[in-house]
Design a protein around this ligand. Structure first.
Ligand code: ZN
Length: 419
Protein backbone atom coordinates (compact mmCIF):
# COMPACT_ATOMS: atom_id res chain seq x y z
CA UNK A 1 0.00 0.00 0.00
CA UNK A 2 2.78 2.33 1.07
CA UNK A 3 4.74 1.21 -1.94
CA UNK A 4 1.73 1.77 -4.10
CA UNK A 5 1.24 5.22 -2.49
CA UNK A 6 4.88 6.08 -2.93
CA UNK A 7 4.70 5.03 -6.60
CA UNK A 8 1.58 7.09 -7.13
CA UNK A 9 3.15 10.09 -5.34
CA UNK A 10 6.29 9.80 -7.37
CA UNK A 11 4.22 9.46 -10.55
CA UNK A 12 2.24 12.56 -9.64
CA UNK A 13 5.46 14.43 -8.82
CA UNK A 14 7.10 13.34 -12.07
CA UNK A 15 3.96 14.21 -13.93
CA UNK A 16 3.92 17.67 -12.31
CA UNK A 17 7.56 18.28 -13.15
CA UNK A 18 6.92 17.22 -16.74
CA UNK A 19 3.81 19.37 -16.91
CA UNK A 20 5.64 22.39 -15.48
CA UNK A 21 8.52 21.90 -17.91
CA UNK A 22 6.12 21.63 -20.82
CA UNK A 23 4.20 24.68 -19.62
CA UNK A 24 7.44 26.66 -19.27
CA UNK A 25 8.59 25.61 -22.76
CA UNK A 26 5.16 26.52 -24.15
CA UNK A 27 5.22 29.99 -22.59
CA UNK A 28 8.77 30.55 -23.80
CA UNK A 29 7.83 29.46 -27.32
CA UNK A 30 4.76 31.75 -27.25
CA UNK A 31 6.86 34.71 -26.10
CA UNK A 32 9.46 34.09 -28.81
CA UNK A 33 6.72 33.68 -31.43
CA UNK A 34 4.92 36.89 -30.43
CA UNK A 35 8.22 38.76 -30.36
CA UNK A 36 9.16 37.47 -33.83
CA UNK A 37 5.74 38.25 -35.22
CA UNK A 38 5.78 41.81 -33.92
CA UNK A 39 8.89 42.36 -36.02
CA UNK A 40 7.38 41.16 -39.27
CA UNK A 41 3.78 42.30 -39.20
CA UNK A 42 2.71 45.84 -40.13
CA UNK A 43 1.49 47.99 -37.27
CA UNK A 44 -2.24 48.42 -37.09
CA UNK A 45 -2.46 51.69 -39.02
CA UNK A 46 -5.15 53.05 -41.27
CA UNK A 47 -4.76 51.76 -44.83
CA UNK A 48 -3.81 55.18 -46.14
CA UNK A 49 -0.66 55.43 -44.08
CA UNK A 50 0.69 52.09 -45.24
CA UNK A 51 1.09 52.76 -48.92
CA UNK A 52 3.79 55.44 -48.98
CA UNK A 53 5.65 57.50 -46.41
CA UNK A 54 4.76 61.13 -46.72
CA UNK A 55 7.96 63.04 -46.96
CA UNK A 56 8.85 66.52 -48.02
CA UNK A 57 10.56 66.12 -51.37
CA UNK A 58 14.07 67.33 -51.51
CA UNK A 59 16.13 68.19 -54.51
CA UNK A 60 19.27 66.07 -54.78
CA UNK A 61 21.49 68.47 -52.82
CA UNK A 62 18.99 68.79 -49.99
CA UNK A 63 18.53 65.22 -48.88
CA UNK A 64 19.41 66.19 -45.32
CA UNK A 65 16.22 68.25 -45.17
CA UNK A 66 13.87 65.31 -45.76
CA UNK A 67 11.60 64.58 -42.87
CA UNK A 68 8.52 62.51 -42.25
CA UNK A 69 5.18 64.19 -41.87
CA UNK A 70 2.88 61.70 -40.19
CA UNK A 71 -0.25 63.83 -40.40
CA UNK A 72 -0.14 64.31 -44.17
CA UNK A 73 -1.71 61.88 -46.51
CA UNK A 74 -1.24 62.89 -50.14
CA UNK A 75 1.79 64.26 -51.94
CA UNK A 76 0.96 66.12 -55.14
CA UNK A 77 3.54 67.41 -57.59
CA UNK A 78 2.47 69.94 -60.17
CA UNK A 79 4.20 71.64 -63.07
CA UNK A 80 3.14 74.19 -65.67
CA UNK A 81 3.20 74.08 -69.44
CA UNK A 82 4.45 71.03 -71.32
CA UNK A 83 4.97 70.85 -75.06
CA UNK A 84 7.47 68.16 -75.93
CA UNK A 85 8.05 69.18 -79.56
CA UNK A 86 5.94 69.64 -82.66
CA UNK A 87 5.95 68.33 -86.20
CA UNK A 88 3.70 71.16 -87.41
CA UNK A 89 4.11 73.53 -89.21
CA UNK A 90 7.75 72.52 -89.37
CA UNK A 91 9.71 69.71 -87.79
CA UNK A 92 10.82 70.65 -84.25
CA UNK A 93 11.15 67.33 -82.45
CA UNK A 94 13.69 66.59 -79.71
CA UNK A 95 16.83 64.45 -80.10
CA UNK A 96 16.41 60.71 -79.43
CA UNK A 97 12.73 61.18 -80.22
CA UNK A 98 12.22 62.82 -76.83
CA UNK A 99 13.35 59.87 -74.70
CA UNK A 100 15.77 62.00 -72.67
CA UNK A 101 13.71 65.18 -72.50
CA UNK A 102 12.31 64.52 -69.01
CA UNK A 103 15.14 62.30 -67.76
CA UNK A 104 16.53 65.00 -65.45
CA UNK A 105 13.32 65.22 -63.41
CA UNK A 106 11.53 61.89 -63.80
CA UNK A 107 13.02 60.40 -60.62
CA UNK A 108 11.49 63.22 -58.62
CA UNK A 109 8.16 63.39 -60.46
CA UNK A 110 7.62 59.63 -60.15
CA UNK A 111 7.67 59.78 -56.35
CA UNK A 112 4.43 61.73 -55.94
CA UNK A 113 1.03 60.20 -55.27
CA UNK A 114 -0.31 62.50 -57.99
CA UNK A 115 1.80 64.17 -60.68
CA UNK A 116 0.12 66.88 -62.74
CA UNK A 117 1.06 69.03 -65.73
CA UNK A 118 -0.60 71.27 -68.31
CA UNK A 119 -0.42 69.84 -71.82
CA UNK A 120 0.13 72.95 -73.90
CA UNK A 121 -0.58 71.37 -77.27
CA UNK A 122 -2.19 68.37 -78.93
CA UNK A 123 -1.30 64.81 -79.82
CA UNK A 124 -1.99 63.87 -83.42
CA UNK A 125 -0.69 62.89 -86.82
CA UNK A 126 -2.85 64.84 -89.26
CA UNK A 127 -5.82 67.11 -88.99
CA UNK A 128 -6.34 70.72 -89.94
CA UNK A 129 -4.77 73.49 -87.89
CA UNK A 130 -7.19 76.03 -86.42
CA UNK A 131 -4.85 79.00 -86.92
CA UNK A 132 -3.27 80.10 -90.17
CA UNK A 133 0.53 80.19 -90.05
CA UNK A 134 1.81 82.69 -92.63
CA UNK A 135 5.12 83.03 -90.77
CA UNK A 136 6.27 79.58 -89.69
CA UNK A 137 8.88 80.98 -87.28
CA UNK A 138 6.17 82.78 -85.32
CA UNK A 139 3.55 80.07 -85.49
CA UNK A 140 2.29 78.83 -82.14
CA UNK A 141 0.41 75.72 -83.22
CA UNK A 142 1.57 72.52 -81.60
CA UNK A 143 1.12 68.90 -82.67
CA UNK A 144 3.10 66.25 -80.81
CA UNK A 145 3.48 62.71 -82.12
CA UNK A 146 1.07 60.46 -80.14
CA UNK A 147 3.96 58.18 -79.11
CA UNK A 148 5.27 61.06 -76.94
CA UNK A 149 2.43 60.41 -74.48
CA UNK A 150 4.56 57.52 -73.21
CA UNK A 151 7.33 59.99 -72.28
CA UNK A 152 4.83 61.68 -69.97
CA UNK A 153 3.79 58.36 -68.50
CA UNK A 154 7.37 57.23 -67.98
CA UNK A 155 8.23 60.54 -66.28
CA UNK A 156 5.48 59.86 -63.75
CA UNK A 157 2.59 62.02 -64.96
CA UNK A 158 -0.82 60.80 -63.78
CA UNK A 159 -3.12 63.57 -64.92
CA UNK A 160 -2.93 66.45 -67.42
CA UNK A 161 -4.90 69.60 -68.05
CA UNK A 162 -6.35 70.02 -71.53
CA UNK A 163 -8.02 73.34 -70.73
CA UNK A 164 -5.74 75.91 -72.36
CA UNK A 165 -5.25 78.01 -75.48
CA UNK A 166 -3.51 75.18 -77.39
CA UNK A 167 -5.80 72.22 -76.70
CA UNK A 168 -7.78 73.16 -79.81
CA UNK A 169 -4.79 73.86 -82.11
CA UNK A 170 -6.25 71.13 -84.34
CA UNK A 171 -9.87 71.85 -83.51
CA UNK A 172 -12.30 69.81 -81.48
CA UNK A 173 -11.28 66.61 -83.24
CA UNK A 174 -7.64 67.32 -82.29
CA UNK A 175 -8.60 67.66 -78.64
CA UNK A 176 -10.61 64.43 -78.78
CA UNK A 177 -7.65 62.62 -80.34
CA UNK A 178 -5.41 64.04 -77.60
CA UNK A 179 -7.80 62.73 -74.93
CA UNK A 180 -7.81 59.32 -76.58
CA UNK A 181 -4.00 59.31 -76.79
CA UNK A 182 -3.72 60.07 -73.06
CA UNK A 183 -6.31 57.36 -72.31
CA UNK A 184 -4.21 54.85 -74.25
CA UNK A 185 -1.13 55.87 -72.24
CA UNK A 186 -3.01 55.52 -68.95
CA UNK A 187 -2.97 59.24 -68.15
CA UNK A 188 -6.07 60.97 -66.83
CA UNK A 189 -7.16 64.36 -68.16
CA UNK A 190 -9.60 67.23 -67.79
CA UNK A 191 -10.34 70.19 -70.02
CA UNK A 192 -13.21 69.78 -72.45
CA UNK A 193 -16.44 70.62 -70.65
CA UNK A 194 -17.66 67.42 -69.00
CA UNK A 195 -14.23 65.79 -69.09
CA UNK A 196 -13.29 65.46 -65.41
CA UNK A 197 -10.59 63.17 -63.98
CA UNK A 198 -11.86 61.10 -61.03
CA UNK A 199 -10.12 58.27 -59.26
CA UNK A 200 -9.49 56.66 -55.88
CA UNK A 201 -6.20 56.85 -54.07
CA UNK A 202 -5.30 55.74 -50.54
CA UNK A 203 -8.98 55.21 -49.89
CA UNK A 204 -9.85 58.77 -50.90
CA UNK A 205 -12.07 59.89 -53.76
CA UNK A 206 -10.01 62.38 -55.77
CA UNK A 207 -11.21 64.62 -58.59
CA UNK A 208 -9.35 67.05 -60.85
CA UNK A 209 -11.15 69.59 -63.01
CA UNK A 210 -9.41 72.02 -65.37
CA UNK A 211 -10.84 75.44 -66.21
CA UNK A 212 -9.80 78.02 -68.83
CA UNK A 213 -11.30 81.10 -70.49
CA UNK A 214 -11.12 79.34 -73.87
CA UNK A 215 -13.68 77.72 -76.12
CA UNK A 216 -14.96 74.32 -75.10
CA UNK A 217 -13.25 74.23 -71.70
CA UNK A 218 -14.87 74.35 -68.26
CA UNK A 219 -15.58 78.08 -68.21
CA UNK A 220 -13.13 80.02 -66.05
CA UNK A 221 -15.00 83.31 -66.48
CA UNK A 222 -18.46 82.24 -65.30
CA UNK A 223 -18.01 82.26 -61.53
CA UNK A 224 -21.53 81.06 -60.87
CA UNK A 225 -20.81 78.00 -63.00
CA UNK A 226 -17.43 77.56 -61.28
CA UNK A 227 -19.08 77.67 -57.84
CA UNK A 228 -21.88 75.23 -58.67
CA UNK A 229 -19.62 72.78 -60.50
CA UNK A 230 -17.08 72.63 -57.68
CA UNK A 231 -19.78 72.41 -55.00
CA UNK A 232 -21.23 69.35 -56.65
CA UNK A 233 -17.79 67.73 -57.09
CA UNK A 234 -16.93 68.48 -53.46
CA UNK A 235 -20.06 66.68 -52.30
CA UNK A 236 -19.02 63.48 -54.04
CA UNK A 237 -15.23 63.56 -53.46
CA UNK A 238 -12.76 63.85 -50.59
CA UNK A 239 -10.09 65.84 -52.45
CA UNK A 240 -10.95 68.41 -55.14
CA UNK A 241 -8.03 69.61 -57.28
CA UNK A 242 -8.69 72.55 -59.59
CA UNK A 243 -6.44 73.53 -62.48
CA UNK A 244 -6.73 76.82 -64.34
CA UNK A 245 -4.98 78.27 -67.38
CA UNK A 246 -5.51 82.00 -67.23
CA UNK A 247 -3.93 85.42 -66.81
CA UNK A 248 -1.84 87.49 -69.20
CA UNK A 249 1.38 86.06 -70.62
CA UNK A 250 5.03 86.99 -70.20
CA UNK A 251 7.33 88.35 -67.50
CA UNK A 252 5.65 91.77 -67.65
CA UNK A 253 2.70 90.00 -66.02
CA UNK A 254 4.52 88.12 -63.30
CA UNK A 255 2.69 89.97 -60.50
CA UNK A 256 -0.83 88.96 -59.49
CA UNK A 257 -2.91 92.01 -60.50
CA UNK A 258 -6.06 91.48 -58.36
CA UNK A 259 -8.28 92.41 -61.30
CA UNK A 260 -9.44 91.06 -64.62
CA UNK A 261 -6.55 90.52 -67.01
CA UNK A 262 -6.65 91.00 -70.77
CA UNK A 263 -4.17 89.64 -73.29
CA UNK A 264 -4.36 90.34 -77.02
CA UNK A 265 -7.84 91.70 -76.39
CA UNK A 266 -9.00 88.44 -74.74
CA UNK A 267 -10.53 88.37 -71.28
CA UNK A 268 -8.15 86.11 -69.34
CA UNK A 269 -10.07 86.41 -66.06
CA UNK A 270 -9.42 87.48 -62.48
CA UNK A 271 -7.23 84.72 -61.04
CA UNK A 272 -7.63 85.67 -57.36
CA UNK A 273 -11.39 85.93 -57.63
CA UNK A 274 -11.52 82.57 -59.38
CA UNK A 275 -9.23 80.81 -56.89
CA UNK A 276 -11.05 82.16 -53.83
CA UNK A 277 -14.44 81.30 -55.33
CA UNK A 278 -13.22 77.76 -56.05
CA UNK A 279 -11.93 77.22 -52.50
CA UNK A 280 -15.07 78.67 -50.92
CA UNK A 281 -17.04 76.18 -53.04
CA UNK A 282 -14.99 73.24 -51.75
CA UNK A 283 -11.76 73.07 -53.79
CA UNK A 284 -8.66 71.92 -51.89
CA UNK A 285 -5.75 72.61 -54.24
CA UNK A 286 -5.58 75.26 -56.98
CA UNK A 287 -2.97 74.79 -59.69
CA UNK A 288 -2.63 77.81 -61.99
CA UNK A 289 -0.60 78.17 -65.18
CA UNK A 290 -0.79 80.18 -68.38
CA UNK A 291 1.44 83.27 -67.91
CA UNK A 292 4.59 81.23 -68.93
CA UNK A 293 6.36 82.64 -65.86
CA UNK A 294 5.93 81.65 -62.21
CA UNK A 295 3.69 83.70 -59.94
CA UNK A 296 3.05 83.83 -56.18
CA UNK A 297 1.60 81.19 -53.88
CA UNK A 298 -1.22 81.88 -51.43
CA UNK A 299 -2.73 79.97 -48.51
CA UNK A 300 -6.47 80.61 -48.40
CA UNK A 301 -8.75 78.83 -45.91
CA UNK A 302 -5.83 76.44 -45.28
CA UNK A 303 -5.77 75.48 -48.96
CA UNK A 304 -2.87 76.16 -51.30
CA UNK A 305 -3.12 78.27 -54.45
CA UNK A 306 -0.35 78.40 -57.08
CA UNK A 307 -1.14 81.40 -59.28
CA UNK A 308 1.20 80.27 -62.04
CA UNK A 309 3.59 77.36 -62.36
CA UNK A 310 5.18 78.87 -65.48
CA UNK A 311 6.72 76.73 -68.20
CA UNK A 312 8.07 73.26 -67.53
CA UNK A 313 9.06 71.45 -70.71
CA UNK A 314 8.67 73.75 -73.69
CA UNK A 315 12.12 74.12 -75.25
CA UNK A 316 10.98 73.34 -78.78
CA UNK A 317 8.49 76.09 -79.49
CA UNK A 318 7.94 78.32 -76.46
CA UNK A 319 10.42 80.93 -75.21
CA UNK A 320 12.63 79.72 -72.37
CA UNK A 321 14.95 82.67 -71.80
CA UNK A 322 15.08 84.49 -68.45
CA UNK A 323 12.14 83.85 -66.12
CA UNK A 324 10.35 81.92 -68.90
CA UNK A 325 13.02 79.24 -68.51
CA UNK A 326 12.29 78.63 -64.82
CA UNK A 327 10.51 75.31 -64.39
CA UNK A 328 9.32 74.90 -60.79
CA UNK A 329 8.00 71.58 -59.52
CA UNK A 330 5.51 72.38 -56.77
CA UNK A 331 5.45 69.48 -54.30
CA UNK A 332 2.74 69.72 -51.66
CA UNK A 333 1.56 67.55 -48.80
CA UNK A 334 -2.10 67.74 -47.85
CA UNK A 335 -4.15 65.97 -45.22
CA UNK A 336 -7.28 63.94 -45.85
CA UNK A 337 -9.38 67.11 -45.57
CA UNK A 338 -7.33 68.71 -48.36
CA UNK A 339 -5.63 71.16 -45.99
CA UNK A 340 -2.10 72.19 -46.90
CA UNK A 341 0.47 70.87 -44.43
CA UNK A 342 3.86 71.51 -46.04
CA UNK A 343 5.61 71.52 -49.36
CA UNK A 344 8.57 72.42 -51.47
CA UNK A 345 9.30 74.34 -54.61
CA UNK A 346 11.84 72.14 -56.36
CA UNK A 347 13.67 74.41 -58.77
CA UNK A 348 14.32 73.18 -62.27
CA UNK A 349 15.26 75.21 -65.30
CA UNK A 350 15.07 74.79 -69.05
CA UNK A 351 18.07 75.65 -71.14
CA UNK A 352 17.97 74.76 -74.80
CA UNK A 353 18.36 72.11 -76.06
CA UNK A 354 17.82 70.26 -72.73
CA UNK A 355 14.50 69.70 -71.06
CA UNK A 356 14.02 70.69 -67.40
CA UNK A 357 17.08 70.11 -65.20
CA UNK A 358 17.36 70.57 -61.43
CA UNK A 359 18.71 74.04 -60.66
CA UNK A 360 21.07 74.00 -57.70
CA UNK A 361 20.79 77.76 -57.40
CA UNK A 362 17.07 77.43 -56.59
CA UNK A 363 16.12 80.29 -58.91
CA UNK A 364 12.46 79.31 -59.31
CA UNK A 365 12.03 78.89 -55.55
CA UNK A 366 13.67 82.22 -54.77
CA UNK A 367 11.51 84.01 -57.34
CA UNK A 368 8.24 82.46 -56.09
CA UNK A 369 9.28 83.29 -52.53
CA UNK A 370 9.84 86.92 -53.46
CA UNK A 371 6.59 87.15 -55.44
CA UNK A 372 4.63 85.58 -52.57
CA UNK A 373 6.09 88.12 -50.13
CA UNK A 374 5.21 90.96 -52.50
CA UNK A 375 1.72 89.89 -53.60
CA UNK A 376 0.48 88.10 -50.45
CA UNK A 377 2.54 89.50 -47.54
CA UNK A 378 -0.08 88.42 -44.99
CA UNK A 379 -0.69 84.92 -46.26
CA UNK A 380 0.03 82.01 -43.95
CA UNK A 381 3.00 80.62 -45.84
CA UNK A 382 6.68 80.77 -45.06
CA UNK A 383 9.02 79.90 -47.94
CA UNK A 384 12.74 79.53 -47.29
CA UNK A 385 15.61 80.28 -49.68
CA UNK A 386 15.75 76.73 -51.02
CA UNK A 387 12.01 76.42 -51.53
CA UNK A 388 10.69 74.63 -48.44
CA UNK A 389 7.13 75.79 -47.81
CA UNK A 390 5.78 75.85 -44.29
CA UNK A 391 2.60 77.07 -42.67
CA UNK A 392 3.34 80.11 -40.50
CA UNK A 393 3.07 79.16 -36.84
CA UNK A 394 0.79 82.04 -35.98
CA UNK A 395 -1.36 82.67 -39.01
CA UNK A 396 -2.94 86.08 -38.71
CA UNK A 397 -6.63 86.28 -39.51
CA UNK A 398 -6.71 87.23 -43.15
CA UNK A 399 -9.53 89.64 -43.96
CA UNK A 400 -11.73 88.41 -46.78
CA UNK A 401 -11.18 90.37 -49.95
CA UNK A 402 -14.18 92.51 -50.72
CA UNK A 403 -15.60 91.10 -53.92
CA UNK A 404 -17.54 94.28 -54.79
CA UNK A 405 -14.36 96.30 -54.64
CA UNK A 406 -12.54 93.89 -56.88
CA UNK A 407 -15.31 93.59 -59.40
CA UNK A 408 -15.80 97.33 -59.76
CA UNK A 409 -12.08 98.07 -59.29
CA UNK A 410 -13.21 101.37 -57.79
CA UNK A 411 -11.64 100.77 -54.42
CA UNK A 412 -8.57 98.66 -53.85
CA UNK A 413 -7.97 99.85 -50.30
CA UNK A 414 -7.96 96.28 -49.01
CA UNK A 415 -5.01 95.61 -51.30
CA UNK A 416 -2.84 98.57 -50.32
CA UNK A 417 0.03 96.28 -49.52
CA UNK A 418 0.28 95.24 -53.15
CA UNK A 419 2.45 97.57 -55.13
ZN1 ZN B 1 -1.17 78.78 -72.77
Amino acid sequence: MLRTFSFVTSSILKHNVLQTALLFAGVLFLLLFVSACSNITKPDLPEASLSKPNTVMASPDQSAMQHTLPDTILNIMAVGDMMLGTDYPDYRLPPQDGKALLAGVSDILSQADITFGNLEGTFGTGGVAEKACPDVSRCYVFRMPPRYALHLKEAGFDVMSLANNHARDFGDSGRLLTMQTLDNAGIKHSGLEGDIAQWELKGLKVVLIAFAPFRGAHDFLDLDYVRKTIQSLAQAHDIVIVSFHAGAEGDAYIRVPFETEYFHGENRGDVVLFAHTAIEAGADVILGHGPHVPRALELYQQRIIAYSLGNFCTTLGIKVTGKNGLAPILSINIDQQGRFKSGQIISARQRRPAGPLIDKRHRAARLIRQLTQQDFPDTGLEIDAVGNIMVKAQVKAIPAINRDNIETKSDKSSLDSVK
